[in-house]
Design a protein. Structure first.
Length: 215
């Protein structure tokens, strides 16, 4: 099988990224971009992000998750700690997170160190979830091999029965991950492939070094 994709081309010309238009702290610029995507981008899941880890098999793996909160400290998502990504993070907490918003020709690439969120914050988010999502966290041994779809449906039904008329508490193996950034790169598409790339790198004094990268 062969498919030539060399003619898949796009001219990027919707915006620019200049040193005069950025902030000293990258989290402020992230917030600005995030709001602009929400308002103008047209993406249905603005908070969709790719998380890359190094697995226990030594291979990198990337999957899409949903950003649920961001703070001055970093970026928060939730997962099963016993899943493939959870085990990979426990083994090697150095991760990469990236956002791609094609409608406004922007992406953000974040290198950071992942750690478990505090239990009380994980509890608080779990309580806010719909009942079906809570039950799904109990029913799915994420990343494990299962014999069939029927097996999963039966597992869900068993937990529906178990928690009928009861509070659905958070499983201890499920919770939040906080990614604390050490590097954040902002990429803005520009004509002739001369894209704007601005990188923030965290220094020992907790200030950010700002550099422009060649496209």
């Amino acid at each position: 099988m062969e498919s030539d994709l060399s003619n898949y081309r796009k001219n990027y010309q919707k915006s620019e990224l200049s040193e005069e238009g950025i902030t000293d702290n990258p989290m402020e610029l992230f917030q600005k971009w995030f709001y602009e995507v929400e308002e103008f981008g047209g993406d249905t899941e603005v908070n969709a992000m790719a998380v890359s880890t190094i697995g226990i098999d030594g291979f990198p793996k990337t999957r899409m998750v949903l950003l649920k909160k961001y703070t001055w400290e970093g970026f928060i998502f939730f997962t099963n700690y016993d899943s493939e990504k959870g085990k990979a993070i426990a083994l090697n907490p150095n991760v990469c997170v990236s956002f791609f918003w094609p409608n406004i020709e922007r992406q953000i690439i974040i290198k950071g160190v992942a750690e478990k969120l505090s239990e009380n914050l994980s509890d608080g988010y779990f309580e806010s979830r719909p009942e079906g999502s809570k039950l799904g966290a109990w029913a799915s041994d994420q990343s494990e091999v299962v014999p069939s779809r029927d097996f999963l449906d039966e597992r869900l039904a068993s937990f529906e029965k178990k928690f009928e008329n009861k509070e659905i508490v958070r499983p201890k193996y499920w919770g939040g991950i906080l990614v604390k950034p050490v590097s954040i790169e902002f990429w803005q598409g520009r004509p002739n492939r001369m894209h704007d790339r601005i990188r923030y790198t965290l220094q020992e004094d907790y200030n950010w070094k700002i550099e422009r990268l060649a496209p």
